[in-house]
Design a protein around this ligand. Structure first.
Ligand SMILES: Nc1nc2c(ncn2[C@@H]2O[C@H](COP(=O)(O)OP(=O)(O)OP(=O)(O)O)[C@@H](O)[C@H]2O)c(=O)[nH]1
Ligand SMILES: [Mg+2]
Length: 306
């Protein structure tokens, strides 16, 4: 049953920061399921991804956002807008930074952006598994001299250090409120979106240089197969690239790379759907799609949704 009593707390928490600091890794750890894709390539996340954590006395709705960067095309403009817009109506802002990298221009840009904000901002220093604890004091100082944070929490999203403490602290900032989502709902994204993201993630993992940024994945069809013995869902998807040469790379020698993408993505999709999956992948060239509004809309980057 959906809770709505005096002792129940709920609210929205936006996670913002530079690309690659571990925002999506944090979200997935807290939710306990992969709903946002992760990679070591910057600008992995392109849309906002909402993850719901329901505890006995509270519900926290985390909003993972695209890493803030200087946009170089229309897709980048869209991503920046998505990240900024999530700040408007949340109860807590988690500004995540990477303990391993020094404070940079983008961090400063973000702190300036937060300057006239009424919402409490937490400084969350991630990847502390990578630095000596003695270094933390200097890292903290380099940020606190620029901004007055409500809370400062060093964590490791990958290994789980201090996550419980962070959740408890967030909870203490949430207002009394209703349980917005049923307890078993972990995200508001349709399966179709997560499936396309899981496929994109495998391409990110298996390619380098410009490819990760140049692809989009479109789901053409998801269909339950009726005449098979076992439960089986057939998924057809198209990987869109920007140039002919990229098509060759994504397909690989004798189709090897595309096959590997398919095998890995199928496993994740089967986990997501809890059934056998037959995955069909196609590759298509769509010149300069990242700068074309019509294509951006087709591939799920719709301005009017934000
Ligand atoms: N060592 C270490 N690595 C981490 C930690 N958290 C995340 N990573 C790694 O950092 C990389 C980036 O993680 P993501 O979660 O995709 O980062 P992001 O901030 O969502 O990146 P964008 O979506 O591009 O903005 C991945 O290779 C993660 O495995 C951590 O606590 N420790
Ligand atoms: Mg991300």
């Amino acid at each position: 049953m959906l809770q709505n009593n005096e002792n129940y707390k709920s609210g929205f928490i936006s996670i913002i920061g530079r690309p690659n600091v571990g925002k999506s890794t944090f979200l997935n750890r807290v939710i306990g399921q992969k709903i946002a894709i992760m990679s070591d390539k910057p600008q992995t996340t392109r849309n906002k991804v909402q993850g719901v954590l329901t505890l006995e006395n509270s519900q926290m709705i985390f909003i993972d956002t695209p890493g803030i960067h200087t946009p170089k095309h229309k897709l980048g403009d869209f991503m920046l807008k998505v990240a900024k817009n999530t700040l408007r109506e949340v109860d807590v802002i988690m500004f995540m930074v990477n303990a391993v990298e020094p404070r940079g221009k983008i961090d400063e840009y973000i702190m300036e952006m937060l300057e006239n904000n009424e919402t409490p901002v937490f400084l969350v220093i991630n990847k502390i598994d990578q630095v000596h604890p003695e270094k933390l004091v200097d890292i903290i100082e380099s940020y606190t001299k620029k901004y007055n944070f409500a809370e400062i929490l060093p964590i490791s999203a990958l290994q789980g250090n201090n996550i419980e403490k962070l959740l408890e602290t967030i909870q203490s900032y949430l207002p009394q409120g209703p349980q917005y989502y049923p307890a078993d709902q972990v995200t508001d994204h349709p399966e179709r979106f997560i499936i396309s993201e899981l496929i994109r993630e495998k391409v990110l993992h298996l390619t380098r240089e410009e490819i990760p940024h140049s692809i989009a994945v479109v789901i053409d069809k998801i269909k339950k197969e009726e005449d098979t013995e076992k439960d089986m869902i057939r998924v057809s998807a198209t990987i869109v690239v920007e140039r002919d040469s990229q098509k060759g790379i994504v397909i690989g020698k004798k189709g090897a790379l595309l096959k590997e993408v398919g095998t890995r993505a199928r496993k994740d999709i089967e986990m997501l759907l809890g059934t056998n999956v037959y995955l069909e992948l196609w590759v298509k060239v769509q010149k300069d799609w990242r700068n074309k509004s019509a294509h951006l809309k087709d591939y799920g980057f719709r301005d009017d949704e934000y």
